[in-house]
Design a protein around this ligand. Structure first.
Ligand SMILES: Cc1cc2nc3c(=O)[nH]c(=O)nc-3n(C[C@H](O)[C@H](O)[C@H](O)COP(=O)(O)OP(=O)(O)OC[C@H]3O[C@@H](n4cnc5c(N)ncnc54)[C@H](O)[C@@H]3O)c2cc1C
Length: 491
């Protein structure tokens, strides 16, 4: 058995684990970090960037949003179903955390933009300018995976600070002594046991998005059938299990739903092309949402959850495709404005690959046959919808008339979407200092949980009103726990 000694053992080097390791080391603590995978970064390496309020970059652009305003907006949106003190502390930390990243040499971009929201949605939830992007490597455009430059730099920073990083060494069990967390047992790539003796443990294992069985048991979603969420290899719920074994109470578990097509990163342009206020129908062929509200992927995830088979189809005809190719998109999403320039290539690639969720058909009958949409339902919908398009008014949902384009002329094109998510949220109950707490709400001395393992701040729906929240919570909860651990140890 290999033995290590440390003040703190951080289990996992995803985003929250990296932040915790750096913050603890900056407090002068000796840190050993165990990471299951060959590489650090976890889900964060696939993302674009975190939220912040009051960063230097925002101040330079004259964004006046305060932590108080963001906090209240967040809590109202979450219907106060979150620990208000923890959320308040979190928002107050976020601006400074951007400066903290910049001090590590991480380049952060703040464009000042928000997600485009049509007028009718704005009345409900105007997004704030909180999203910060991590600059990609030189020569590349900001987009998915650009945050990998951040996790890389953070890994370098933790090592500069003297943290010992053990890759391919999953944590297996927290050692408890006299009711306190006192170490971690793990196993290295050769199967040899590893023991880290320490005074505090921070669990940061990224939830259980890669564990379909646990998802089914806790949330009743069926991965690969009605759920196509991202799966980060190894995020199977170890942080939750280890904390529960030490007596930590369970907290609400959920997924921050959004909508997604299967294997979306490989069909990125295709997905972007259909993320437009086109005709959206469920399996019955019925409309179920005013399509100018599809820009908020989180609330749209909720809509799809309530449809038969938890799925839906976006349909356009050849005239609309021609229109978009000429004029460009109505909604520029993360896929960008130019997705229709690449539509033919993307559609061809999907067909060649035999991608099951993209459809082309010469007639509505053929489309229904291929998709499984009920023909009678779709025919009735089209009669009503096309008449409304001619009228220039959506008599069903009052969708913005600019987006009322008939579905009349074949060939017809459709893409099938499902519910998706970044991963799971919650599981370990924590207090505002990210200490794991037991059923009596007493902290378990020396045991901390951060990142998605403990994230219970969104109520029932991810707040796109304050974009970048998931990554920011992981980053800041890790950083804050690293600092609180020092308080605990120094006491
Ligand atoms: C495609 C994608 C894009 C995203 N884009 C954004 C975005 O732009 N903005 C945003 O706010 N959020 C975004 N997110 C969400 C955000 O990246 C995650 O919520 C965040 O990274 C989670 O941090 P974490 O530390 O909890 O988990 P992760 O970063 O996933 O880290 C978990 C780590 O735990 C390790 N691990 C698991 N079990 C063990 C064990 N037993 N022992 C040791 N190590 C273990 C894993 O290997 C992994 O490295 C995105 C997510 C995805 C999937």
């Amino acid at each position: 058995m290999k033995k290590y000694q440390a003040d703190v053992c951080v289990v996992a080097a995803g985003l929250s684990g990296l932040a915790a390791s750096i913050a603890a080391a900056e407090q002068g603590l000796k840190v050993v970090t165990l990471e299951k995978n060959k590489v650090t970064g976890g889900a964060a390496s696939m993302g674009m960037g975190p939220l912040a309020v009051g960063s230097r970059l925002q101040r330079m652009k004259g964004v006046n949003l305060t932590a108080d305003e963001a906090f209240l907006k967040h809590m109202h949106y979450a219907h106060w179903m979150a620990d208000a003190r923890l959320v308040y502390d979190y928002y107050r930390k976020t601006g400074d955390t951007i400066d903290w990243l910049e001090d590590m040499g991480i380049e952060v971009i703040f464009t000042g933009g928000t997600l485009y929201t049509p007028t009718r949605m704005r009345a409900f939830a105007q997004p704030e300018q909180t999203g910060h992007l991590i600059a990609p490597p030189p020569g590349q455009k900001p987009g998915p995976r650009c945050a990998a430059t951040m996790t890389r730099k953070m890994t370098e920073r933790m090592q500069e600070l003297g943290c010992e990083l053990l890759l391919e060494t999953p944590g297996k069990k927290v050692i408890m002594k006299d009711g306190k967390a006192a170490g971690v047992m793990g196993v290295d790539a050769n199967g040899e046991e590893v023991e880290v003796e320490c005074k505090a443990v921070i669990l940061a294992c990224g939830g259980y998005g890669d564990n379909p069985k646990m998802i089914k048991e806790t949330l009743d979603y069926n991965w690969g059938e009605d759920l196509f969420s991202f799966r980060i290899p190894g995020n199977v719920g170890d942080g939750l299990r280890m904390a529960w074994e030490c007596g930590a109470a369970k907290s609400k578990m959920m997924m921050e739903l959004m909508y997604q097509i299967p294997d979306n990163l490989n069909h990125f342009d295709l997905e972007g092309a259909f993320r437009q206020p086109l005709l959206w129908v469920n399996k019955l062929g019925e409309r179920f949402v005013p399509e100018d509200c599809i820009g908020n992927t989180a609330t749209m995830g909720n809509c799809i959850l309530n449809q038969p088979g938890r799925t839906c189809f976006t349909i356009m005809d050849s005239d609309t495709l021609k229109y978009y190719k000429k004029k460009g998109v109505d909604f520029p999403g993360v896929q960008g404005e130019e997705v229709f320039d690449h539509f033919d290539e993307a559609a061809e690639a999907a067909k060649e690959e035999g991608y099951k969720y993209y459809f082309e058909a010469d007639t509505i009958e053929e489309l229904c046959e291929k998709t499984g949409i009920k023909l009678k339902g779709l025919q009735e919908t089209l009669e009503e919808y096309n008449a409304d398009c001619d009228l220039g008014r959506d008599t069903v949902f009052n969708k913005d008339y600019h987006f009322m384009r008939p579905v009349r002329k074949g060939p017809f094109y459709a893409l099938q979407s499902f519910i998706g998510a970044y991963g799971t949220l919650g599981g370990v109950k924590v207090d505002r200092k990210f200490r794991a707490i037991n059923e009596d709400w007493e902290p378990i001395p020396g045991l901390y949980s951060v990142g998605t393992d403990c994230c219970n701040i969104y109520g029932d729906t991810y707040p796109f009103v304050l974009p970048g929240n998931t990554m920011a919570f992981c980053l800041n909860s890790g950083r804050m726990a690293g600092e609180y651990v020092a308080e605990y140890i120094n006491e």
